[in-house]
Ligand binder design. Sequence first.
Ligand code: AMP
Length: 123
Amino acid sequence: MRNRNGTEKNAVTTIFGRIIRREIPADIVYEDDSCLAFRDINPQAPIHVLLIPKKEIARLADAQPEDQALLGHLLLAANKVARQLGVQDAYRVVVNNGAGAGQSVLHLHLHILAGRPMRWPPG
Ligand code: AMP
């Protein structure tokens, strides 16, 4: 759902928006017109990269039909990032949606984790 000013409902600028605008530093590993990937500041694996759309969508649950191409683009970009980091054969992509699922930053992001054995189910 969109607000009258055309922004996504619930979309607020977060620390990730500030990283996109280069207002705060980040260890950026990939960027294209619609997304940005940077290393997580508190890594949970030897490789832990966050991949975010430049569009400020708060949660996956807030994505709209018009975001279909962007969401597909993010998965293909995750694959590119994994290839770039040499972990294309063993990586995990995680999206936490909502505080109850562990989401702490309200800007949609894909966690790309690799470099250690991954257990299942995740905690
Ligand atoms: P989530 O808990 O799914 O919302 O994930 C948010 C992630 O953002 C956590 O893994 C944090 O460690 C990470 N994070 C928070 N602030 C920064 C930052 N300034 N630079 C890089 N990663 C960050």
